[in-house]
Design a protein around this ligand. Structure first.
Ligand SMILES: *Cc1c(COP(=O)(O)O)cnc(C)c1O
Length: 514
């Protein structure tokens, strides 16, 4: 690699970019504003005395600043992004076009409902698709992320338990060891006791251990299916039946719905509540690229407790039920409250419905089949050089993601983190690392259905070459990585535990000394 130093600090057309506070100044402004006329301030003591110290940039400077920053990170639009369990899939441009239609993008949540009938109809259509795909009768559209949807589903469960007068005694939530951290966190936040269920040697819920945990105090189980080891929980119906027999509710974490959408209806498996990450399964932008959206479907046993607001249709068109008073007018509705100030992520609703309608029911089934096929292609192409702990050979395929552990790195002096960092130099975002916790040094790879065979083949060849480098003891390739990224290996623990969120002007001496 070239260590060549440049005068500007830029590396070719990869431009260095300081913080906006270091380049902007209060005096600069991107727009030409009129002088403020003489008006008597009514702010009294509350009026700000000095400058607010917000950095200003001209329009081209502001544009360059954010474009340069955006190029420092990897994105699904730039290349394969194999994060497992996250379903980083292509965001079709058609969705973006639809979301920018003025009838969806230029409306205000407080506008009279008669003027936004199309938007309300779209929400109703989306609800219909989600209910049909999951086989469940109700949906709360408003939660703004998967974790928020979990909270919504578990609040509906708690409301149902409370309505039966069992809240004091029914207070234990079962969570498999392979669960995403948001599951136990949600249960704990609502005051439930979290009780772990071990995995069996196959990476699935240990059915016997689960049954031993059942009792009158079990409020719910929070189960992911396919689970975070990339495996379908085969005993799911038996689990649901046994749980229902003791009066518990079945919360399914639907983050991995991409693997089974159009093929399996969670309602048929006995699920009572499940969030759907529109930003995973239904192709809306993800992470830094856009707000999430986590609608939560509910079974008959929970439908009455669905939070406000919700869309209803009648002779006068569509309307939103916004208040408890409106809701109680309807037969047996008993909303537990509301999750958000307005109606949720309208732009994501448009993108998700656009994706559903452009694929159709058959196309969505194909999504699941291709996602599973791609993951199995990766597993089959890497199983001889990497180690897959729950791999039972070609006759027992995985679902949408392939799980490896770090035993293939034994005696190399390298660990999962080193391997992942070397992937960055090769132009790949690392797979999900060290999760699920049930596997040592886990590497969870989810290619999604939108990667072509050519793109998978290049990825596989790169992974094989990295394994070869690791086995041959090419330590520098791993321990120094990433060498080609804008920033090298950062202290991620320090950044997470001790984030510096406020810019402070550096002492001039300190700058000079560097
Ligand atoms: C992504 C994910 C979540 C949380 O979803 P967010 O939208 O990130 O809040 C929960 N469970 C699993 C298994 C996930 O993969």
């Amino acid at each position: 690699m070239s260590e060549k130093q440049t005068f500007s600090g830029n590396r070719g057309l990869q431009l260095e970019e300081p913080l906006i506070f270091e380049i902007g100044s209060y005096q600069n402004c991107g727009v030409d504003l009129d002088e403020v006329p003489d008006v008597a301030s009514r702010l009294g003591d509350c009026a700000a005395a000095g400058d607010v110290d917000l950095p200003g940039l001209s329009e081209p400077e502001a544009m360059r600043h954010f474009v340069r920053l955006s190029q420092k990170n990897h994105a699904i639009d730039a290349g394969l992004y194999p994060l497992g369990s996250c379903t980083m899939k292509h965001n079709p441009r058609l969705n973006e076009k639809m979301a920018r239609l003025p009838g969806f993008s230029d409306i205000h949540p407080l506008q009279p409902q008669a003027t936004v009938q199309g938007a309300l109809e779209l929400m109703d259509d989306l609800a219909h698709w989600l209910k049909t795909l999951t086989g469940l009768p109700a949906v709360a559209l408003s939660p703004k992320a998967g974790a928020h949807g979990e909270l919504c589903g578990m609040m509906a469960i708690r409301a149902a338990i409370e309505a039966k007068g069992e809240l004091a005694t029914r207070n234990r939530v079962l969570v498999p060891e392979s669960a995403h951290g948001t599951n136990p966190a949600t249960a704990a936040l609502l005051g439930f006791k979290v009780d772990g269920i071990p995995a069996n040697a196959e990476g699935r819920v240990d059915l016997a251990a689960f049954k031993e945990k059942l009792g009158d105090d079990v409020a719910a189980i929070m189960l992911t299916n396919p689970n975070t080891c990339g495996l379908f929980e085969r005993d799911i119906i038996e689990i649901a039946d046994a749980l229902h027999d003791v009066g518990g509710y079945f919360y399914c974490d639907g983050a991995n719905f991409n693997a089974i959408v159009g093929r399996v209806r969670p309602g048929d498996l006995g699920v009572d509540a499940m969030h759907i990450n529109l930003h995973k399964t239904f192709s809306t932008p993800h992470g830094g690229g856009g707000p999430g959206s986590g609608p939560t479907v509910l079974s008959d046993r929970l439908a009455a407790f669905a939070p406000l607001p919700f869309v209803v249709s009648g002779d006068d068109g569509f309307s939103l039920v916004e208040t408890m008073v409106d809701a109680r007018l309807g037969a047996d509705e008993n909303p537990f409250g509301r999750m958000v100030a307005f109606h949720g992520q309208m732009g994501m609703y448009v993108r998700a419905l656009s994706y559903m309608m452009s694929h159709g029911a058959d196309g969505l089934r194909q999504v699941a089949e291709d996602a599973v096929l791609n993951a199995n292609y990766i597993l089959a192409s890497l199983r001889d050089v990497m180690t897959a702990p729950f791999d039972n050979g070609p006759k027992a395929p995985c679902m949408h993601e392939a799980l490896f552990d770090d035993s293939f790195l034994k005696d190399t002096g390298l660990d999962t983190l080193d391997f992942a960092k070397a992937m960055i130099d090769e132009g790949y975002h690392p797979m999900t690392m060290y999760f699920p916790l049930v596997v040592h040094g886990a590497m969870l790879i989810e290619p999604t259905e939108t990667e072509s065979k050519a793109s998978l083949d290049l990825f596989i060849a790169t992974m094989r070459d990295l394994v070869k480098g690791a086995k041959e003891g090419d330590m520098a390739r791993f321990k120094n990585a990433p060498e080609l990224a804008p920033r090298r290996r950062l202290d991620e623990t320090q950044a997470a535990r001790n984030p510096i969120l406020r810019w402070q002007e550096r002492e001039p001496e300190a700058q000079a000394a560097e």
